[in-house]
Design a protein around this ligand. Structure first.
Ligand code: UDP
Ligand code: MG
Length: 334
């Protein structure tokens, strides 16, 4: 039986690059005659001509499928929706901006054929990124690795190939704050890094402003670690120790000297310090509580506005994944 490979491409306001991306992914598929391909484009609520371009291409090529979100849900959710829609024996995640060269996918397929379940691209160098982004990304992946209970590979994005068994487990993970690269690392199976050189965006600008990047980094850490909670315990202990020393000092002044009215500075420092530690700890707690709240609401992960190129094409808005399957109960899907 010929194997089917699915390629998932999240797109948000990518009209400038799509005229490059569409043909170059086509070429990739044509260069692998031994496999069947489907390409799932997810339009993450673009406000430009992205969807029209994708539909036009899908009309001409039966390999293409397009999912259009009802609004912008973010990169990780777009990737998730694409994965949910795939049927391939292997699923490849790739950005629309061609920063991850499609030729590398050939090597990923080769590794998959050797028996690996996950082949993730590891960036050896990144062209066209600001020093700030490079430095923060580097620092972030190292921090994440120290905090996280699972080992999340360094300098690795979502550019990867996953086998069907991995994809099925991934689909059974219902969490809202998704950090896909970490979730895949958690799943296990045979994983291997594939070094590659990340190039510049072909056109357009990054859709990840600092604010989104920061959110993403916080999601990564909080989804894979409870160490920040322990940090607040540590800070609390330090504060308490200092407070006890302060109490002894204050008592000593009161008993043995006559200068006990002074000490306003010490008092202020203690109040500010303890107040700061408390607020900080409360903030960390709040982040986790907020996450519990959004998980408990059990809203669907995304809302699909339109689907093009699927057998069961639906025009009206469809709410998907209210009832995501669980690892123990895969039947709950659909
Ligand atoms: N993207 C998306 N939704 C968003 C932001 C980005 O689907 O809200 C897509 C975007 O179209 C691209 C990929 O995610 O295909 C990576 O985004 P980008 O290239 O802007 O990020 P960067 O490479 O600068 O980190
Ligand atoms: Mg990019």
């Amino acid at each position: 039986m010929r194997k089917l490979i699915s390629i998932v491409v999240p797109c948000y306001n990518e009209e400038e690059v799509l005229k490059e991306t569409l043909p170059s992914l086509d070429r990739l598929c044509d260069s692998q005659p031994g496999f069947d391909f489907e390409i799932v484009y997810v339009d993450d609520g673009s406000r430009d001509a992205t969807f029209e371009l994708l539909c036009e291409a899908a009309r001409a090529d039966p390999r293409l499928r397009v999912i259009r979100f009802a609004r912008n849900f973010g990169h990780q959710i777009a990737v998730t929706a694409g994965i949910d829609a795939t049927r391939g024996d292997a699923v490849v995640l790739i950005d629309a901006d061609l920063q991850d060269p499609p030729e590398v996918v050939n090597d990923m397929i080769a590794k998959w054929q050797e028996g690996y379940d996950v082949v993730y691209g590891m960036r050896m160098s990144r062209a066209g990124e600001s020093t700030f982004k490079l430095a923060t990304a580097r620092g972030f992946y190292r921090l994440l690795n120290r905090l996280s209970e699972v080992e999340i590979p360094l300098d690795t994005g979502d550019f990867r190939l996953m086998s069907r068994p991995v994809v099925d487990v991934l689909k059974a993970m219902p969490e809202r704050h998704r950090f896909v690269r970490g979730m895949v690392a958690w799943i296990g199976f045979r994983q291997i890094a594939l070094p590659y050189v990340r190039v510049e965006r072909v056109a357009g600008t990054s859709k990840y402003p600092l604010r989104k990047m920061l959110r993403f980094a916080i999601d990564g850490i909080l989804s894979f670690s409870t160490k920040p909670l322990q940090l607040s315990v540590a800070l609390g202990l330090i504060a308490a120790t200092l407070a006890i020393l302060g109490i002894f000092y204050a008592l000593a002044l009161r008993v043995f000297t006559s200068i006990w009215v002074e000490g306003w500075t010490a008092l202020m420092i203690a109040v500010l310090f303890i107040g700061g530690v408390q607020l900080f700890s409360l903030g960390i707690l709040g982040e986790y509580v907020g996450r519990i709240y959004s998980e408990v609401k059990r809203r669907p992960l995304y809302v699909v506005g339109e689907r093009v190129g699927f057998d069961d094409e639906r025009g009206a808005a469809t709410v998907t994944e209210i009832n995501r399957p669980t690892a123990t109960n895969p039947e709950r899907a659909e």
